[in-house]
Design a binder for this molecule. Structure first.
Ligand code: NAD
Ligand code: DAU
Length: 353
């Protein structure tokens, strides 16, 4: 038995593959295009593991996906592959349209043909799990209730619009063709192997390098934070017991303003690795130009997943952020490699006014 994972060299996908192979002996076929965000070093501990087959490729390459499905006969496809950074989608949306919409379409087509040809139990048990985001629901005011699965889709960035489109395609393939799909919409993840273009790893690494900690606008935008390994456990649970055609919101019950998140990680760094000059890290906080169309607040109501499937996050923000800061301190070679070359070009483009 095996599963096919897409985007398994990225932040969440690599955590998912590592956790999966740590607790299951079911093989993983991992297809990833290795864009700037895909990093095989995340999977270095799997070297020599025969249960892990890495294939460099594009989810939009229907011939490749068709061949991999026929060859390995996975019982499920778990689709993480995406362009995932909102700021990049504002600078250049095209890759987001290509991968998140067109790529998902080709993946769905290949999965549909494969599933159609299955028979009996293999056909009944097949699943297509689509990993999506809370950003498809748009932005909340301070007093709005958290997003539930029945909220209207109101995506505001090219990234969230492309993810919304992919969610609609996945839904349509269930309604029209009966493809056995489940979709998860998760809040902001953080944890090991997070690429340092996103708020938390960027601020940890900038703090340690003595650089400014860039806060967009007034820093009062609110996100719900979930430790990545809790997201992975939710996906495993939905894969195991999710109802066909259903959507499950995944969240950590950890709403925080950006400024508070950065202040909290600064305080942990003050304790674990104090600055040489004795000054607190929060003095590096700098307010910069706001993100265009910046969503003010996201919050997830994960009651359905908890009540129907019995899932709960195991980390609070306080425990998860401490583990995360410690992970970055303990993994300097990973940090050094990821902070070079193309990533630096991006940082320069994003942070020069
Ligand atoms: P990421 O950017 O770290 O990783 C994406 C991975 O997909 C990379 O390894 C990249 O090389 C690969 N990829 C990109 N285009 C591809 C293509 N055409 N074919 C094959 N592989 C391709 O992203 P992430 O943060 O790990 O997010 C994974 C998924 O989870 C995405 O679908 C994202 O929308 C969703 N999500 C992310 C978060 C979050 O907080 N990071 C929250 C909710 C949902
Ligand atoms: O909500 C789920 C989403 O979370 C995922 O779908 C996305 O793939 C993921 O990137 C993330 O999106 P955000 O835009 O919320 O994450 P990011 O880390 O880019 O930003 C978090 C908040 O911090 C957001 O309000 C913007 C702000 N920010 C971000 C950066 C990079 C800053 O203030 N300064 C920064 O330098």
């Amino acid at each position: 038995m095996s599963i096919l994972v897409t985007g398994g060299a990225g932040f969440i996908g690599s955590n998912f593959v590592l956790d999966w192979l740590a607790i299951s002996n079911e093989a993983v076929i991992n297809i990833d295009k290795l864009t700037y965000a895909g990093n095989l070093e995340n999977l270095a501990s799997l070297a020599g593991n025969e249960q892990h087959l890495f294939v460099r490729g594009d989810i939009g390459d229907a011939a490749l996906i068709t061949r991999l499905l026929a060859q390995h006969k996975p019982r499920a496809v778990v689709n993480f592959a995406a362009e995932s950074h909102v700021d990049r989608s504002i600078h250049g949306p095209e890759d987001f349209i290509q991968t998140n919409i067109v790529g998902t379409f080709h993946l769905l087509e290949a999965a549909r043909a494969y599933w159609n040809a299955l028979e009996g139990e293999e056909k009944d048990n097949f699943r297509f799990l689509h990993v999506s985001t809370d950003e498809v629901y748009g932005s909340l005011s301070k007093t709005d209730p958290a997003f539930s699965e029945t909220n209207r889709y109101e995506p505001n960035s090219p990234y969230s619009a492309s993810k919304a489109a992919s969610d609609h395609l996945v839904r349509a393939y269930h309604h029209t063709y009966g493809l056995p799909v489940v979709t998860t919409n998760c809040s902001n993840n953080y944890g090991p192997y997070h690429f340092p273009e996103k708020l938390i790893p960027l601020c940890i690494l900038n703090a340690l390098a003595g650089k400014p900690l860039p806060i967009y606008g007034d820093g009062q935008q609110v996100r719900d934070w979930l430790y990545v390994k809790d997201h992975c456990s939710a996906i495993r649970r939905v894969l195991e017991a999710g109802q066909l055609g259903e959507v499950y919101n995944v969240g950590g019950w950890n709403e925080k303003a950006n400024l508070d998140v950065v202040r909290e990680l600064c305080a942990i760094l003050d304790e674990l690795q104090p600055r040489a000059d004795g000054q607190p890290y929060h003095t590096q906080i700098t307010y910069v130009k706001d993100r265009a169309g910046h969503d003010r607040r996201y919050a997830i109501d994960a009651t359905k997943l908890e009540k129907e499937l019995g899932w709960k996050p195991s980390e609070t923000f306080e425990t998860g952020i401490r583990k995360t800061v410690q992970w970055y301190l303990d993994n300097q070679p990973w940090v050094t490699n990821v902070s070079s070359g193309a990533y630096q070009d991006w940082v320069n483009k994003q942070y020069t006014t």
